[in-house]
Design a protein around this ligand. Structure first.
Ligand code: SF4
Length: 465
């Protein structure tokens, strides 16, 4: 039998990128190779995001394009996985020409046997060493496709060895799902409640990554700092990961402001391998909006946490997420978000217009409170402009500095691309042999968001060190 090849296209957040690596790992255990393009694949999976309507529409369009590969001599299968698969379920089976498989985030262990049943292969089932017996996939009865959408409150993918796409930096999920119910957010409904991995398993995985020569890990979770497993909490786990031999950089995303503790700040400040960077989503700069979003903190409480971390790590690079145009957001509430941006001065910010998600509590807010699209768009544009101004001022002040850069990949327009400890992108000239290593790079200019740099000479490195 020839080796089957799987192509997985990923949309959405880091958790989805990590899930794609997990699916490649599960399929790899069953003899699948990874395909670089859909043309060469026997199974094409689109791993999707449900956070915004726009992302879903893109996926629907993409499914239509992928029809050209479906079926044929090799009976190529096309499937949809991830949050949008969970949200739309069997409705997806017949969209845009149809798909063969719809599978939610808790179903990935069943991928090999589900594909086998779709191909109607009757060779003896190979039990993956990583996979406990999985219940059979349930058929929707539509189009001959299958849906696998059950939540599994215990599924943490323990024991699965992800197939990594980067030899430089690795995502390490420590938690799946979320116990919060922010009123705009679909995540708890498509990924279920919070499930935390065993700390020893996480540490074993990080040690294995270090042995493979990967110097940087990012711990992942929907509210990563609410992690608790037995007598391990997040600060303890972060410290232990930062002390694994061979790991030189540890990041984590995304923490929830409510679980952001003094103890965590202390670990960040005292463990040299924890990066001086923090992504702390604020979402709005006004208490009334935060309340309607059910974020469960106030603007003052957020400022207090920022003050803790800035006091302990004055040069910390801060980033955030903000949603504008949330139902009921008044001009005054929006202006308060601009004020918060001016006050905190984030190094980076991910800024969005509110996107209505069916099934989330915010859809039940009175219709007359919904902010008109053009107003939300204008608010977003003004916020982006303000953010860019602030970001440029911060980054211009950093030109001339020497930074240690982890070299990640060839840059798109020539040269190499890497990141500083503060997670800032730097492009500079150098041979490809530097990829995977650390270089001292002087920041020579900035576009506002990213930097150009030049490698320091050996003399300069000695002086800086
Ligand atoms: S904390 Fe809120 S925004 Fe984040 S995943 Fe959970 S419900 Fe969604």
């Amino acid at each position: 039998m020839t080796t089957k090849r799987a192509y997985i296209e990923t949309y959405g957040c880091q958790m989805n990128i990590s899930d794609t690596e997990l699916m490649h790992g599960i399929l790899g255990e069953h003899g699948y190779a990874s395909a670089e393009t859909p043309e060469e694949a026997d199974v094409i999976l689109v791993n999707t995001c449900a956070i915004r309507d726009h992302a879903e529409q893109r996926v629907i369009g993409r499914i239509g394009q992928l029809q050209q590969y479906r079926g044929g001599e090799r009976n190529v299968l096309v499937g949809v996985t991830g949050c949008m698969a969970q949200r739309m379920g069997s409705d997806l089976l017949d969209r845009s020409g149809g798909v063969d498989l719809v599978m939610g985030p808790d179903g990935y262990r069943k991928l090999p046997e589900t594909l086998r049943s779709l191909w109607k292969e009757d060779e003896p089932k190979v039990e993956a060493p990583v996979a406990p017996a999985a219940p059979p996939a349930r058929s929707s009865g539509l189009s001959g496709g299958l849906t696998v959408l059950d939540f599994d409150p215990l599924e943490n993918y323990e024991g699965v060895r992800a197939r990594r796409t980067s030899a430089v930096s690795a995502w390490v999920p420590i938690q799946r799902g979320c116990n919060h119910r922010c009123t705009y957010c679909i995540v708890p409904y498509v990924r279920g409640g919070e499930k935390n991995r065993d700390a020893r398993e996480v540490l074993d995985e990080v040690r294995a990554l270090a042995e493979d020569g990967i110097p940087e890990v990012t711990l992942l979770g929907q509210t990563v700092n609410s992690y608790v497993a037995g007598d391990w909490d997040f600060p303890r786990l972060l410290r232990a990961v930062a002390r694994v031999d061979g790991i030189r950089r540890v990041r984590f995303t995304s923490p929830h402001p409510n679980d952001f503790s003094r103890e965590l700040v202390e670990v960040m400040a005292t463990e040299p391998h924890v990066c001086d960077q923090l992504h702390l989503p604020v979402q709005s700069g006004h208490d009334r909006t935060l309340k309607r979003m059910l974020r469960r903190y106030t603007v003052d409480a957020f400022h207090e946490k920022v003050a803790w971390v800035r006091e302990a790590i004055p040069h910390i690079a801060l980033s955030t997420d903000i949603i504008v145009g949330f139902p009921g957001e008044t001009d005054e509430e929006y202006e308060a978000t601009l004020d918060l941006m001016r006050e905190v001065r984030f190094d980076d910010a991910f800024l969005y217009k509110y996107s209505l998600r069916d099934g989330t509590p915010a859809t039940r807010l009175p219709e007359d409170q919904f902010v008109p699209g053009e107003v939300a768009q204008a608010r977003l544009e003004r916020l982006i402009e303000l953010h860019r101004e602030i970001q440029k001022e911060i980054n211009v002040a950093q030109v001339g500095k020497v930074e240690e850069v982890l070299v990640e990949r060839p840059a798109r327009r020539g040269g190499l691309q890497g990141r500083t400890d503060g997670n800032k992108v730097v492009v500079f000239e150098g041979p490809a042999s530097l990829i995977g290593g650390f270089e001292r790079v002087r920041l020579t200019s900035t576009t506002g968001a990213t930097f150009a740099g030049e490698r320091c000479s050996i003399d300069e490195v000695a002086r800086v060190a």
